[in-house]
Design a protein around this ligand. Structure first.
Ligand SMILES: Cc1cc2nc3c(=O)[nH]c(=O)nc-3n(C[C@H](O)[C@H](O)[C@H](O)COP(=O)(O)OP(=O)(O)OC[C@H]3O[C@@H](n4cnc5c(N)ncnc54)[C@H](O)[C@@H]3O)c2cc1C
Length: 387
């Protein structure tokens, strides 16, 4: 992890991304989302701003910023359109597992191209029968001379088709191992086929796919961490998912903020019974609860990011932030829809998009039921009593 940076640099970055989102994203987000269209030009601009390499060290071509800067950017992107934060998320998880666990040679091989976005990354852990239950992975990699032969079907690969690099969890004789698989973006490459593009409630414009590996060959130098990495892949990927959970919490804050700000604006414009609805106490109660929970979600998220940035254990705090922020986003999106009345249910306003995007944060990077287990496990260790 890069060193903590000057808060002013972080604030400038946040302000710059916010201005860009207002100018380039907000006017078109709903159109792209309703058409389920990939925003090519917007992604090119994100590359130019360096957003694919925020936490990658400058020596390897990244911006060399910290996790707090990363979550600030993620919140701003998600406040404009949640899918944009998904485009950088699994990419950043793939980069962070290489940063933490790759050999120096592997870092030099992949990180500079990931940092510029020339090479787009994705994370492929889940399978149809291995979502929460990650130890159930059946995708296999068998050694054959200087190569591994990969066979199996992976599910839920966000960015899978457009990515040129997959951080893939596959079973080897030593246990679950992380392979870094390079491929050409597109529906097929070597023994890899995108077998299904999964239709979704929200989180549109970005692909989530099923990918089949049918005897796909990679060099033995694609084992993350080299031979010493064999069997360590699951632990490493789950470690990197702490960053993913903090990302999900920041995304949730972004969606929640957009939904809240739309609601408080509308409440002052819309009149019923001779006065703005913001003057009805029932609406005021809602606005107060929404803002309070949003603030709490942001503080939990920043706290988890700071701990992780310091190199401290953050499993409990990342879980708490993800759990609270995602439930908050779901609640605030629903309350915003209620405050907007009938117009909130239409496609004229982005409220229905927030309402469809919010539930993903409850499921992605480990469901909230699983977060509670992670939090409780961590707490029981911290508060263990003798005997
Ligand atoms: C849009 C989308 C994008 C995704 N992108 C990616 C990606 O890029 N890469 C990737 O690897 N994965 C990705 N995922 C997969 C995601 O991480 C899994 O869907 C998630 O972990 C849940 O797994 P599951 O769907 O198999 O649900 P299941 O594990 O089948 O869970 C079903 C229900 O049972 C509950 N449950 C399961 N076990 C327990 C337990 N022990 N105690 C209590 N309750 C339990 C769950 O909380 C849930 O409510 C994505 C998923 C979605 C929907």
């Amino acid at each position: 992890m890069t060193a903590t940076i000057d808060p002013e640099v972080r604030d400038e970055l946040r302000a710059g991304v916010r201005r860009w989102v207002e100018r380039e994203v907000l006017p078109v987000a709903s159109d792209f989302e309703h058409a389920d269209e990939y925003p090519t030009e917007i992604v090119e601009q994100m590359k130019a701003m360096g957003l694919f390499g925020i936490t990658i060290p400058e020596s390897l071509g990244g911006l060399g910023l910290d996790l707090l800067a990363y979550i600030a950017v993620v919140e701003e992107l998600a406040a404009g359109w949640m899918s944009l934060s998904g485009i950088v998320n699994t990419h950043t998880i793939a980069a962070s597992v290489i940063m933490r666990n790759g050999t120096p040679e592997q870092q030099r091989r992949w990180l500079p191209r990931l940092a510029t976005g020339e090479l787009r990354g994705c994370l492929s852990l889940s399978e149809a029968d291995a979502g929460s239950d990650t130890r159930n992975i059946t995708c296999r990699a068998v050694r054959d001379g200087d190569e591994y032969v990969i066979t199996g079907t992976k599910m839920w690969v966000t960015n899978g088709e457009r990515a040129g690099l997959v951080a893939l969890a596959a079973r080897t004789d030593e246990g679950i191992t992380c392979f870094i698989v390079e491929k050409e973006p597109g529906p097929t490459f070597g023994g890899i086929t995108v077998s299904k593009n999964i239709g979704k409630l929200g989180y549109k414009g970005i692909e989530t796919v099923e990918m089949v590996y049918d005897g796909h060959r990679v060099g033995a130098d694609c084992v993350l961490g080299g031979d010493e990495g064999l069997g360590h892949g699951l632990g490493w990927i789950l470690g990197a998912l702490e960053v993913g959970r903090i990302n999900i919490a920041a995304r949730a804050c972004g969606v929640a903020r957009a939904a809240f700000e739309a609601a408080i604006r509308y409440a002052q414009e819309r009149k019923t019974f001779g006065k703005p609805i913001a003057e009805h106490q029932a609406i005021q109660q809602k606005l107060a609860d929404m803002a309070t929970k949003l603030q709490a979600a942001r503080l939990l998220t920043e706290h988890a990011a700071q701990l992780k940035q310091n190199g401290d254990r953050a499993d409990v705090e990342a879980g708490m932030a993800k759990l609270f922020a995602s439930e908050t986003a779901f609640e605030i999106a629903t309350e915003s829809l209620r405050i907007h009345g009938g117009v909130g249910y239409t496609t004229e306003l982005p409220i229905e998009r927030y309402y469809r995007d919010a539930p993903l944060m409850i499921i992605g990077e480990g469901t909230n039921e699983i977060q509670r287990l992670v939090i409780a496990r961590g707490l029981l260790k911290r508060y263990a009593i003798d005997g």
